[in-house]
Design a protein around this ligand. Sequence first.
Ligand code: G
Ligand code: G
Ligand code: NA
Ligand code: MN
Length: 251
Amino acid sequence: RKLEFSLRHALERGEFALAYQPVVDAITEAPLSFEALLRWHSADHGPVSPAKFIPLAEDTRLIVPIGEWVLRTACFQAMNWPAPIKVAVNVSGEQLLDPSFAEVVVSALAASGLPPHRLEIEVTESIFVRDGTAAQQTLERIMSLGCGVALDDFGTGYSSLGYLRKLRFSTIKVDRSFVQGAARDNPESLAIVRAVVAMADSLEMSTTAEGVETEEELAVIRRLGCKKIQGYYFGRPMTAHDATALFDTIA
Ligand code: G
Ligand code: G
Ligand code: NA
Ligand code: MN
């Protein structure tokens, strides 16, 4: 069967699940949030990589209903965690530019009872390319609800500093390629991470280093002053059950 046909029926067949990857404080290593990452186990095709089905979902606009399911599921899940712990949800341009997006967020928060400040929306720079004004307006509305908005994969897209002047992002996520480069003493990567952290600090935005896998990467990222860390070194994406169990063992 064509992948698109299977994707069209995946929601009603209950084939999606969310994996949750921890984000920890760079100094204390205390968990701060989990990023929700969509997984698809297709009855027709087996497990399908997000790198394959997310672009297809975007092209077909199936990402709009799928993304609504992701938001609601993540908000309900976060209600099982201790109060300060947040949940981060990735949002594609197709979703953000859909006229109903802000109401979908409002409705997911209301249905779950999750306080808005415990939800962080992750967007990439690419959303500003197509319709920057509409993207900005929707993000302002999301921020006015009290939700955080993180800028994902920073430095890899069509970077423009213009939107950093207009929008108060909660977090800038430094792409894994810079983290790897910095740990290999690549002078350009080191300079860029240092500059991004300094810029974020002045703008009163937090920073997350993505894809920290080794002790060496952790050490250099700490030295460069990134506030938060995410990566296999601290935890792989895990089931909702395992994420919740993490707190049960601490408490
Ligand atoms: O989980 P993994 O690292 O393989 O994710 C691959 C890509 O898919 C990443 O760019 C991630 O942002 C994106 N992605 C994962 N889950 C979601 C989701 O729920 N919605 C959207 N729009 N993108 C997602
Ligand atoms: O585009 P985005 O940043 O949302 O993508 C997140 C993706 O990065 C997820 O698919 C997740 O599985 C992956 N990821 C998270 N931590 C690590 C890591 O330490 N190493 C690698 N290679 N991938 C990671
Ligand atoms: Na992300
Ligand atoms: Mn990222």
